[in-house]
Design a protein around this ligand. Structure first.
Ligand SMILES: Cc1cc2nc3c(=O)[nH]c(=O)nc-3n(C[C@H](O)[C@H](O)[C@H](O)COP(=O)(O)O)c2cc1C
Length: 418
């Protein structure tokens, strides 16, 4: 038998976590928890469905470390006040058919709608995220607030372990807080948390160390990192290589590669000006495969590549080349939850070409599309099948209304407190 790995080859992570195959459900913010951040039957149904679908590892959507700073209303919140029994039921659901269950832990920094957090935190004062005036102007975090955030990441990791999750993934990509610290555009601090790359990466490294101290070596800790922010003067591939080298000494169990943020949607294969990424990148289907090849030479941990992977051949080639160890799938699993099992068994050889209908305003398509995918998750949470014929406008409206209505309601009810 050949030693060349395929999507069907098992893998054991450095933590000892055994994965039955190489397919991972990538994180997708579900927005299905209650106002107080408690997961309920909807998240249990959705993750049972995905576990049946056969991915070896399920990465949850953003699980927030601080009830004041959500990425989106309906994010689960795993802090000292959390109902651990509810998280235990959710973890059990995700593991019900043999998948490993990993909580993606996160702080949005400045990238949060003004309805959810009118004055968000960031490495430096202003500017607000440039996207339809939906984001508040952030203020710079104090040293004490940075230390507090590190402690909260650690506490959330420890609670995730207690609740039966197999591990956590620290969200350091897509323009959220840790990614903001990494970015020379957003992080203009002059202290030990800003400036040189070693300083900009300090928050990430300190969070990894604190999460490790708060858990055990058999608890999986992963990091999601941008290959680049795809913004002029922003975090670039050279920075990413240096961060990967720094993480090499920290004993993480996997590194997920992605790219972009709300201002530059490379994560969805879209360039900063809204046009599709280079044709060659799309043709090769994996948006960040070129960078993964570069990263391989520096990465001492298993590498998970997410973004645009759609065919068994493309996945097998990426795995077989040795550039990556795991393949992440997000949008296809909103409409085809059984895709991992079907790919591994050979019943299908590609994700069905199902995409949201156009929003009608090209510049808004990349924003409306995530809302449409999110609405499919809500359907599965209700026990319904995905509906590819669903319109994009209503989904987008619901997405915006969710934050506009629930954000102020949470604050009035005293739920947005430290
Ligand atoms: C509805 C939706 C929600 C998402 N939420 C998250 C998230 O919570 N955390 C994260 O790291 N990425 C999130 N992503 C990005 C995906 O994890 C992934 O990087 C991206 O969709 C590219 O992979 P794909 O081409 O397989 O969809 C989200 C994507 C979608 C469509």
């Amino acid at each position: 038998m050949s030693d060349t790995p395929t999507i069907a080859t098992p893998l054991t992570l450095p933590s000892g976590l055994r994965l039955a195959n190489r397919l991972v459900k990538a994180s997708m913010s579900e927005g299905l928890a209650r106002d107080d951040g408690r997961p309920d039957a909807r998240l249990e149904r959705l993750y049972t469905r995905w576990s049946e679908g056969g991915a070896a590892m399920l990465l949850t959507g953003n699980v927030m470390i601080d009830a004041r700073y959500l990425e989106h209303c309906g994010n689960p919140i795993l802090d000292a006040r959390a109902d651990l029994e509810a998280f235990r039921r959710w973890a059990r659901a995700g593991k019900s058919h043999g998948s490993a269950m990993i909580a993606q832990i996160s702080h949005p920094g400045r990238q949060v709608s003004r309805f959810v957090a009118p004055t968000p935190l960031a490495p430096s004062d202003g500017p607000a995220v440039k996207l339809m005036a939906a984001f508040g102007r952030p203020r710079a975090m104090t040293e004490a607030e940075i230390e507090d955030a590190i402690e909260r990441f650690a506490r959330t990791s420890s609670l995730a372990r207690e609740a039966g999750f197999d591990g956590v993934e620290i969200h350091a990509a897509h323009g959220y807080l840790v990614s903001q610290f990494l970015s020379p555009l957003v992080n203009r601090r002059g202290d030990r948390w800003g400036g040189a790359l070693e300083n900009r990466a300090r928050l990430l490294v300190e969070i990894v160390r604190a999460c490790r101290r708060a858990t055990t070596r058999d608890f999986t800790i992963g990091v999601k990192l941008n290959s680049a922010d795809f913004q002029r003067g922003g975090f670039d591939e050279d920075d990413a290589v240096k961060v990967i080298e720094l993480l090499g000494g920290e004993g993480i169990d996997f590194l997920e590669l992605s790219g972009g943020n709300y201002e530059s949607m490379a994560l969805f294969g879209v360039a900063e000006d809204g046009a599709p990424l280079r044709a060659s990148t799309r043709a090769r289907e994996a948006y960040f495969l070129d960078f993964a090849r570069t990263a391989r030479a520096h990465a001492r941990m298993p590498v998970l590549l997410t973004g645009g992977m759609r065919t068994r051949q493309g996945m097998d080639e990426a795995l077989g080349s040795g550039a990556v160890d795991l393949v992440g799938l997000a949008r296809p699993l909103c409409v085809s939850p059984d895709l991992p099992r079907e790919l591994v068994s050979g019943r299908v050889d590609r994700a069905p070409a199902i995409e949201p209908p156009p929003f009608g305003v090209r510049a808004l398509d990349p924003l409306a599309a995530p809302a449409w995918y999110g609405a499919q998750l809500a359907r599965m949470g209700r026990g319904e099948a995905p509906d590819p014929s669903m319109g994009a406008r209503l989904a987008a409206l619901r997405y915006v209304a969710n934050d506009a209505l629930r954000g102020p309601r949470r604050r009035r009810a005293g739920l947005a407190r430290a």
